[in-house]
Ligand binder design. Structure first.
Ligand SMILES: C[S@@+](CC[C@H](N)C(=O)[O-])C[C@H]1O[C@@H](n2cnc3c(N)ncnc32)[C@H](O)[C@@H]1O
Ligand code: SF4
Length: 362
């Protein structure tokens, strides 16, 4: 498809998502809903949204979106990523084992539309990842990941495709070695491009249309001049979608000139729309259960799968508090005092973890 038409289609979809779904509904979510559905999942989905709109803090519904951090290890040193900075958040730095992921998938899998197998860390470094994806696919769950694409090999790409991955987001912030290496420190642009070309050539021989492959380009001052040429290159090599995105920066010198791609640290989301403690399950590489993907530090965990089952976790005091606080915020009534991250998030509009980063840089 012509690049200009394609760009306009994705622009319109992004606009609709931003204005009606607070940027939270993506193409992959729609695909998961259309192609990975069942009566059980659909009734649970309705139940989740009914419980949320009623403001229930104790719920009998299950999450339908699972964010599983298969590892918090990374091979790069991206300067504004907490993992890239070498911060552990006071938790063990490790790969999650297949058996650990399986235990959780066995509990919540029947209700899941969507599994995202990364949070902080490089998912492809986990040797059990392929097994985890295969297991999720057996349960009819849509699986997506974001990768820096440095650890891909021909064999690895082959097994990723055979496992049935649905969506691969390639995080490559540059169209040349010079710009790329300024943020993706430790990566090699030409090697990454060769890996991506290998993946794309293997995709051509797939019997299905999957996976959908997106090139995500985080825009900084040093790479904004290359957006157009990189987009052209991306579509020429066979990428399905190219997305330039505003970056979180901790230093104003990194902000691009183009206002379209400028985000200040902690720019509030439309937080009243937060539905995560009803619809999402977030599990960290050490089994810790987080309120959402924005928290990072161990102290913010709500519980742990190491010594609890899903049913012991899902309505515990912290989950109940988070649902009450979001409900109070939505109803514009005073928020109950709480130590949990949702309290500050609702009160200030600044996402958890970014508060710590802002303080660090104050
Ligand atoms: C922490 S990374 C983990 C996954 C993988 N290692 C990667 O880089 O794709 C999760 C997402 O955060 C994005 N990211 C990293 N630094 C960012 C920044 N400064 N602003 C916005 N997004 C960023 C990455 O591109 C990626 O899509
Ligand atoms: S590659 Fe991903 S996880 Fe690793 S430092 Fe960069 S953004 Fe963070």
């Amino acid at each position: 498809m012509n690049i200009i038409i394609r760009r306009q289609i994705f622009r319109i979809l992004n606009w609709v998502s931003r204005h009606f779904f607070a940027s939270r509904l993506s193409f992959s979510h729609i695909q998961a809903f259309l192609f990975n559905n069942s009566f059980k999942k659909f009734f649970n989905f309705l139940h989740v949204h009914w419980s949320m709109h009623q403001g229930h803090s104790i719920v009998t519904c299950h999450p339908y979106l699972f964010v599983l951090e298969v590892t918090n290890v990374c091979n790069l040193k991206c300067p504004f990523c907490l993992t890239g900075k070498g911060i552990s958040g006071n938790r063990e730095v490790r790969h999650m084992k297949f058996e650990e992921a399986k235990k959780i998938l066995d509990e919540v899998g029947p209700y899941l539309y969507f599994l995202q197998v990364y949070t902080w860390g490089e998912p492809l470094l986990n040797k059990d990842l392929i097994k985890i994806i295969k297991y999720a696919k057996q349960k009819n769950i849509y699986v997506m990941l974001s990768t820096n694409a440095t650890a891909m090999t021909h064999e690895y790409n082959k097994s990723l495709l055979e496992a049935g991955i649905d969506y691969i987001m390639l995080a490559i912030d540059g169209g040349s070695e010079n710009t790329y290496k300024q943020y993706r420190r430790g990566g090699d642009f030409n090697k990454v491009l060769a890996n991506v070309n290998d993946l794309l050539s293997q995709c051509k021989h797939q019997a299905t249309n999957t996976p959908f492959i997106e090139w995500q380009y985080i825009v900084f001052r040093h790479n904004e001049h290359e957006i157009k040429t990189t987009e052209k290159m991306a579509y020429e090599i066979g990428i399905n979608k190219f997305t330039p995105l505003p970056a979180y920066v901790e230093n104003k010198d990194w902000l691009p000139e183009n206002p379209e791609y400028r985000t200040d640290l902690g720019n509030p989301e439309r937080l009243f729309n937060c539905d995560r403690p009803w619809s999402h399950l977030n599990v960290r590489a050490d089994g810790g259960v987080a309120s959402c993907c924005y928290t990072f530090f161990k102290k913010d965990d709500f519980s742990s799968f190491v010594d609890h089952s899903f049913h012991q976790i899902w309505n515990n005091e912290k989950f109940q508090q988070s649902r009450r606080i979001i409900w109070q915020s939505r109803k514009k009534t005073p928020l109950e005092q709480s130590e949990i991250a949702c309290y500050n998030c609702m009160k200030t509009g600044v996402r958890p973890s970014f508060i710590e980063i802002s303080n660090e840089n104050a």
